[in-house]
Design a protein around this ligand. Structure first.
Ligand SMILES: Cc1cc2nc3c(=O)[nH]c(=O)nc-3n(C[C@H](O)[C@H](O)[C@H](O)COP(=O)(O)O)c2cc1C
Length: 403
């Protein structure tokens, strides 16, 4: 069991979303405003549907934090669904309200609707979509915001930017970008409605989303999410489920509609020769062991190698279409059109923010696994001595090895 873990609960139109974080050391400063800022970032982005206008998410902290600092006990977060008043009957846990809302019977292709209905033997698709919906990611962003605040104590920063919408994609050679350049791209992305750091692609992305909107269609795309100042040694090569890249890949893939995850140059690596893409090793007195390129995205053998961690993800088009696709009614078995619920046309910018939260979480998890500590002070002390040992390299000066 990981030392740091979380659970989320809540339906899209239920009363709200709950998250419980367990294993966060005591003494970590947590600001509610910083969590709310991340929630707001998730709600922005060109191409979002009507719901984002209704919801203005705010977190309530129910446990685990006192006077701005973590206590070491489980942290409970709650985000109220502002639409609850309109759904109180339809989503009420009380049996007395059964049948007050008509069932959804026409599954949408590309959604969990049909597979979930068959698996859980429901008679209303709503029983599936209420949880499969990406509304759940609001809580993951809140939880990731706590992880981000923890990581600032180690100077670790997380950022992201959108690289593609629909058929338009910008090739970014992250192998040659240093931490400052990556952070600059992320900051620029925060000023763009499609989270594109480049003006020329921004205009194209907006145009593609507009075209999709006008034709009742939807689009997906791609983004890059990264972490800077990650120490060497997070994750491990010794067992498959301790590899940092495998954990990050699972987390990013678990974001609704993500269909591909790459680390570093990813898919491109398969098209190159070894001599072109292995990040060669150098040494000098100040930098110690270091690299000049980052094709591997900061992870070798499942272990962070000190370079920025770079993850690329691809999101499929939103499956709910205003011009619905062919489906079959679950009761009558007649050909019909899939149900339509108010929906986004493109949510790639939001997905990049969710991915920041997910990456922050997995780095925090790996950091606590490596350095332990019931209090932040203890974690920081362990971190400091590890860093000192790595810099001093005393174990490499062992007399037996020196001969
Ligand atoms: C931020 C975000 C917003 C989304 N908005 C919608 C939406 O409005 N309508 C929709 O049908 N799917 C939306 N999706 C995608 C679905 O949640 C997702 O495709 C569905 O749950 C099936 O899961 P899968 O695509 O991972 O297989 C969104 C995904 C994300 C990450």
């Amino acid at each position: 069991m990981p030392m740091l873990r979380f659970l989320t609960a809540g339906e899209s139109h239920g009363k709200g979303l709950t998250g419980i974080i367990e294993g966060m050391p005591s003494g970590v400063t947590i600001s509610k405003e910083d969590i709310n800022r991340e929630l707001k970032r998730r709600q922005q982005g060109y191409g979002r549907g009507g719901r984002m206008k209704i919801e203005s998410d705010e977190v309530e902290i129910l446990s685990g934090i006192r006077w701005g600092k973590t206590l070491g006990s489980p942290i409970t977060l709650f985000i109220r669904n502002r639409d609850w008043d309109n759904w109180e009957k339809a989503m009420n846990p009380d049996e007395a309200f059964e049948g007050t809302h008509p069932p959804l019977t026409k599954p949408r292709p590309g959604h969990a609707d049909l597979a979930g209905l068959l698996k859980y033997q429901h008679i209303d698709i709503r029983n599936v979509l209420e949880r499969s919906s990406a509304r759940e990611t609001a809580m993951r962003v809140a939880i990731g915001a706590v992880a981000k605040q923890f990581l600032t104590n180690f100077n670790i920063k997380i950022g992201s930017f959108v690289t593609g919408i629909g058929p338009e994609e910008k090739q970014v050679e992250t192998a040659y970008l240093d931490e400052e350049e990556l952070l600059k791209l992320s900051n620029l992305a925060d000023t763009s409605p499609v989270r594109s750091p480049w003006k020329e692609t921004e205009a194209k992305f907006v145009e593609i989303i507009d075209q999709a909107l006008q034709s009742g269609n939807t689009v997906g795309g791609s983004f890059i999410v990264f972490a800077t100042s990650v120490p060497v040694g997070l994750g491990s090569h010794v067992h498959w489920d301790r590899k940092l890249d495998s954990k990050i890949a699972m987390g990013i893939m678990s974001i609704q509609a993500i269909k591909a995850v790459e680390i570093g140059d990813g898919v491109l690596l398969g098209k190159k020769y070894g001599s072109e893409v292995m990040d060669e090793i150098f040494y000098d007195k100040n930098k110690k062991f270091h690299r000049k390129t980052n094709h591997m995205g900061g992870i070798e053998g499942g272990i962070s190698n000190g370079m920025p961690i770079i993850v690329k993800a691809t999101m499929k088009p939103i499956p709910t279409l205003r011009k619905p696709l062919k489906s079959v009614d679950i009761f009558t078995k007649e050909n019909s059109l899939a149900s339509y619920e108010r929906s986004d046309v493109c949510a790639v910018p939001a997905a990049s923010i969710i991915a920041e939260a997910v990456l922050a979480w997995h780095i925090a998890e790996a950091l606590i696994e490596k350095f332990g500590g019931d209090s932040l002070e203890e974690t920081k002390t362990n971190f400091f001595y590890y860093h000192k040992t790595i810099m001093e390299e005393n174990w490499l000066k062992h007399p037996k090895i020196r001969g």
